[in-house]
Design a binder for this molecule. Structure first.
Ligand SMILES: C[S@@+](CC[C@H](N)C(=O)[O-])C[C@H]1O[C@@H](n2cnc3c(N)ncnc32)[C@H](O)[C@@H]1O
Length: 222
């Protein structure tokens, strides 16, 4: 446990530097269009009454936060990269941004009716992923909704340099866990699972050029 904490702290610090540098250099890395998953999540949230306040995890420069504003929600966001938040404040002027690690999300005292995360939960080892899911559970009001979109085992990059079952270390130094559907369902066992599925996300950035992610989403209720 102690070792894991030390390791986790080192990883988070390292990743904060990585993302900060990347946002400084590449700015709006994935373009300004909102993701297909965020559109799907916003539509699903709309089907439930009494959903007013949303938290977006690992929000980056806000390309997936503005849509929740457009749907009329009160939106808070967190990211540990100050450079991402500086970009976000120009892009999404209404949301409130917390500069905080997702693993310290309990420092935010508000409770939410919905939590959205895109391309974030798979960036951690098992113990931290479990902690993040627990923290999300505790940040939600009763019957609150959660939508997480993660890398699936169907991704083209699956399968190099394994550090834990189905978790690999990328060239850039981040851990990437490639979820199976069962794995995702098991991870959210505290919640009532409403739906899971795959959504194709076309992206075009950096050395990768045009490519399509096969993101797996889970939609669940507390
Ligand atoms: C792959 S990017 C996705 C960004 C955003 N969701 C999007 O799609 O535009 C991962 C994001 O999570 C943030 N992030 C990574 N680890 C984090 C952590 N431990 N705490 C808070 N933010 C983190 C990064 O700064 C980055 O903005």
């Amino acid at each position: 446990m102690k070792d894991h904490r030390k390791h986790s702290k080192y990883y988070i610090k390292n990743q904060e530097t990585y993302w900060d540098k990347r946002f400084k250099k590449e700015k709006f890395i994935w373009g300004k269009k909102t993701s297909e998953c965020s559109k799907d999540a916003a539509k699903r949230f709309q089907r439930y009454p009494n959903i007013h306040k949303i938290l977006v995890l690992g929000a980056g420069y806000g390309r997936n936060t503005k849509i929740f504003q457009d749907y009329g929600y009160d939106v808070d966001c967190l990211d540990f990269s100050q450079n991402a938040i500086n970009l976000a404040k120009k892009f999404d002027i209404k949301s409130k941004f917390y500069k905080i690690s997702i693993l310290n999300m309990d420092k935010i005292k508000d409770l939410y009716d919905g939590i959205f995360g895109f391309d974030i939960l798979h960036l951690f080892l098992t113990e931290d992923r479990e902690k993040i899911i627990d923290l999300c559970y505790n940040r939600l009001n009763p019957k609150g909704l959660i939508y997480q979109a993660v890398f699936s085992e169907k991704e083209d990059t699956f399968g190099k340099n394994e550090v834990e079952p189905k978790t690999f270390k990328s060239r850039a130094g981040h851990f990437i866990h490639y979820f199976t559907e069962q794995d995702l369902i098991d991870s959210f066992k505290k919640f009532h699972i409403i739906d899971t599925g795959i959504i194709k996300e076309p992206e075009n950035h950096g050395e990768f050029g045009p490519h399509i992610h096969k993101m797996m989403y889970i939609f669940a209720q507390k």
